[in-house]
Write a protein that binds this ligand. Structure first.
Ligand code: BES
Ligand code: ZN
Ligand code: ZN
Length: 491
């Protein structure tokens, strides 16, 4: 769908040319683009201010049918994210107008505050991600995705960036897949069905997929995970997706919370709280999406995705507050609240994965707590780790990808809040404060000495209203973040 191409804008016939414009400085080198920008800025209504848009039709001395200018504000604002956004807006505008192709004038002036790799990568990301529409359930498709986006660039740049574009496309494919799954309604992704979907896309990509059923989980004594699943008529599954290149020296395990619907269980959620709980498998979706991307990126380490899939439902067979379960690791847990189910499935999956794969590092992604959203809002994830370097690296990848993360603490003394009279631990804190922290501390009791980070994505996994390069619904948060972190770890 996307390519870098050298285009002679003075002579070539172009359908739609998109031109990002800064207010204070010309960010283009091509004389045709520069004179078009001058013509646009000569008009009262356009100065290149952030958020401005102007369309000129059939400008003189060109064979361009229309030029759409997007204002970016001052050049100092030119970052990976503003470029992702402008490419996303351009694609959305193109889709809205019913176009099938766009040519985007890549900013290429000397002295820009971003390097040319970041420029191409960000524009490609924004364009590819914005071109995804979730309309599977609409009988009448109002919009059609674009067929082609061209980023202008020299033949030399095309060659240098070919690999970059292929990698970006691979990562975006993973994000889009995660978005699709998160937005898919729970009636079509109950644990067995979701497991099969993961297998259906992962196996053809060359990944090794295993689906473990309830009998296997019972035999392996996944007591906490089974307890969460026991209220539903759809039985739990554990899925592993293994990327295992020859000669790999390190192993990374990625664990994703896969609650295909979180009703809260007998501690039933309120009408407002339950509404979007089909998204409670976003951790698992991000892990599966990341593995699909890695199959194309081919990093030099083993990465195993581990996805515990359950449906949390109230029923005559559901777990009750006060029940005590024996976890895979052997520790017992009293169920203080059946709505704190994510941590229960994660501890069994993580403890088992550590036994099974002896990983160097474990990272889990989970829509774990409403408290994390209270702390950081809807766009920033919380990162917890006993390894400060690991947390720092994840936060840095969050900056690079704009899948933003904030490092939160794991204070030793807060562990007292999880103490229980009758069992080794309670799954709920005795304090109503610091819920994201106590949830993370609960997880930490099951990872031993293994290098581990937990990313609470309760906020950013979902958006209510479409943004510049993401439609409403699942965001795919975590795929770009993890791929960036893995790529940098390799470097
Ligand atoms: N899935 C929820 C957390 C959540 C809330 C994700 C809102 C996305 C948006 C989780 O299972 C949950 O219910 N957590 C409880 C824990 C509490 C009972 C200790 C919470 O955050 O209220
Ligand atoms: Zn819950
Ligand atoms: Zn949940």
């Amino acid at each position: 769908m996307l390519e870098i191409k050298s285009v002679n804008l003075k002579r070539s016939a172009v359908d739609t040319l998109v031109v990002p414009v800064c207010e204070d400085q010309d960010i283009h080198d091509d004389p045709t683009v520069t004179s078009l920008v001058d013509a646009a800025k000569a008009l009262e209504e356009f100065n290149g201010k952030k958020g401005e848009r102007l369309t000129l039709f059939a400008p003189a001395d060109t064979r361009i049918a229309r030029v759409v200018f997007f204002g970016l504000g001052n050049t100092a604002n030119l970052t990976g994210e503003t470029l992702r956004s402008v490419a996303g807006k351009a694609v959305q505008h193109g889709i809205h107008c019913g176009l099938s192709r766009l040519t985007l004038a890549t900013p290429d002036a000397a002295d820009l505050p971003v390097d040319s790799e970041t420029i191409f990568r960000s524009l490609a990301e924004g364009a590819i991600l914005a071109n995804h529409l979730f309309d599977r359930y609409k009988q009448e498709k109002e919009k059609k995705p674009l067929k082609r986006v061209v980023l202008t660039g020299s033949a030399a740049q095309k060659k240098v960036c070919a690999d970059l574009i292929e990698r970006t496309a691979a990562i975006c494919q993973g994000s889009i897949l995660a978005r699709e799954w998160v937005t898919t309604p729970s009636n079509e992704k109950r644990p067995e069905a979701f497991a099969e979907r993961i297998q259906a896309v992962s196996a053809p990509a060359g990944l090794t997929v295993k689906i473990m059923d309830e009998r296997w989980l019972k035999k392996q004594r996944f007591g906490a995970m089974l307890a969460v699943g026991q209220g539903s008529s759809a039985k739990p599954r554990l899925v592993t997706v293994d990327y295992h290149p020859k000669g790999a020296k390190k192993t990374l395990v990625l664990v994703g919370k896969g609650v295909t619907f979180d009703s809260g269980g007998l501690n039933l959620k309120s009408a407002g709280g339950i509404e979007t709980m089909k998204m409670d498998m976003a951790g698992a979706a991000a892990v599966a999406g990341t593995l699909l991307a890695l199959a194309r990126l081919k990093p030099d380490l083993r990465v195993v995705g581990v996805m515990p899939l359950v449906e949390n439902m109230p029923s005559g067979t559901a777990i009750r507050p006060g029940d005590i379960v024996r976890t895979y690791a052997g520790k017992t847990v009293e169920i203080g609240n059946t709505d704190a189910e994510g941590r229960l499935i994660l501890i069994d999956a993580m403890a088992w994965a550590i036994d099974q794969f002896k990983p160097d590092t474990v990272i889990d992604l989970a829509t774990l707590t409403g408290a994390c959203m209270i702390a950081l809002g809807e766009k920033i994830a919380g990162v917890f780790s006993t390894d400060a370097d690991l947390a720092r690296a994840i936060v840095a990848s969050g900056e690079a990808t704009f899948e933003r993360c904030w490092h939160l603490p794991l204070p030793e003394d807060y562990k007292d809040l999880l103490k229980n009279e009758f069992a080794d631990l309670n799954n709920m804190s005795s304090s109503r404060y610091g819920g994201a922290i106590t949830a993370a501390l609960f997880l930490s009791a099951f990872v031993g000495e293994t290098r581990w980070a937990h990313i609470d994505i309760a906020g950013p996994a979902w958006i209510k209203k479409a943004a510049d390069y993401c439609g409403a619904g699942g965001t795919g948060f975590g795929v770009r973040l993890l791929c960036d972190w893995i790529e940098k770890m390799q470097a």
